[in-house]
Design a protein around this ligand. Structure first.
Ligand SMILES: Nc1ncnc2c1ncn2[C@@H]1O[C@H](COP(=O)(O)OP(=O)(O)OP(=O)(O)O)[C@@H](O)[C@H]1O
Ligand SMILES: [Mg+2]
Length: 271
């Protein structure tokens, strides 16, 4: 049974998609896990990046078709044995209209993705969901479908605004829809070139989220990570190597935490 993880923060451009894609990538290629990456963002950035990186030039499948047909199986794109994706296109922006027109109960609207994922969860070890930076039907559906959330902390901002809003939203979803989702960790990400970890920000995050929840690994700005948007993910030289290693470390730390949580009883641990 897959462990489903959503990468969250309600700010644009903080590295959510990069983290979803790279965590999926390292789990599949470096840790031999079966991974499904679900693109819940009509921008389709995760789909484009991962397709480009595996040599897929044309994507015909669409998550929206899966929503309309009531089954996601047909829109899974198997990129490699271990790495599959469900891609999104801009037309998926009409998801809210579709849900309001076709699904009567509010609870059924927010749990639509959850129900669609249920029949395929056994096929994977991990399912990652990439979401847009908005409080919307997209994020609601992702949250209800996920077991864990990895919160992105934009580490150069004292306000921690996007991450804090996310925690309030988690509480709202738990109160209103009985969402059962656990924070697996808070990952500091620094996107400014040459940026140092802002000690004050990390301290503030530690106060807010608890020391045990803030990951020890930090994703720093690396030109190579940005370049991969254009070239696709490569593994040819020392810069590639360094960029991969960051996410291998993040994934390993996350696996440790998941193991701890799962042993504590949420689900049976899959090794
Ligand atoms: N560690 C990094 N070093 C350098 N560039 C990065 C890093 N992480 C992400 N980027 C770049 O920053 C930009 C934003 O990243 P990304 O698309 O992952 O953010 P996002 O939070 O998913 O954005 P959105 O809210 O629009 O979905 C992209 O151009 C990406 O390549
Ligand atoms: Mg994104």
């Amino acid at each position: 049974m897959a462990i489903t993880i959503v990468v969250g923060n309600f700010k644009g451009g903080v590295g959510k998609t990069k983290v979803s894609v790279m965590a999926s990538w390292e789990l599949a290629f470096e840790r031999n896990k079966k991974v499904l990456l679900v693109d819940m963002d009509p921008q389709g950035n995760a789909s484009t990046l991962i397709a480009r990186s595996t040599g897929v030039t044309e994507i015909n499948a669409s998550i929206f078709d899966g929503f309309k047909n009531g089954s996601l199986k047909e829109c899974i794109v198997p990129l490699t044995d271990n790495l599959h994706m469900i891609p999104a296109q801009v037309s998926f922006k009409n998801l809210p209209k579709f849900l309001y027109a076709n699904v009567k109960e509010e609870i059924d609207q927010v749990t639509y993705l959850k129900r669609l994922l249920d029949p395929i969860r056994d096929d994977y070890d991990y399912i990652f969901i990439d979401v847009p930076p908005t409080i919307s039907d997209f994020s609601d559906n992702a949250m209800m479908a996920a077991d864990y959330v990895l919160i992105i902390l934009q580490a150069q901002e004292l306000s921690l605004e996007g991450a804090e809003t996310y925690v309030k939203y988690l509480q709202f979803m738990a109160d209103n829809y009985d969402a059962d989702i656990q924070v697996v960790g808070v990952l500091p990400v620094l996107l400014r070139p040459g940026g140092r970890v802002d000690v004050a920000t990390i301290e503030r995050a530690t106060e807010l989220f608890g020391e045990e929840n803030v990951l020890k690994n930090v994703v720093k700005h690396q030109e190579r990570l940005k370049a991969w948007d254009v070239t696709g993910i490569t593994n040819k030289d020392q810069h590639d190597n360094k960029a991969h290693q960051v996410f291998i470390d993040v994934v390993d730390e996350m696996l440790e935490k998941l193991k701890h949580f799962e042993e504590a009883g949420k689900y049976e641990w899959v090794d």
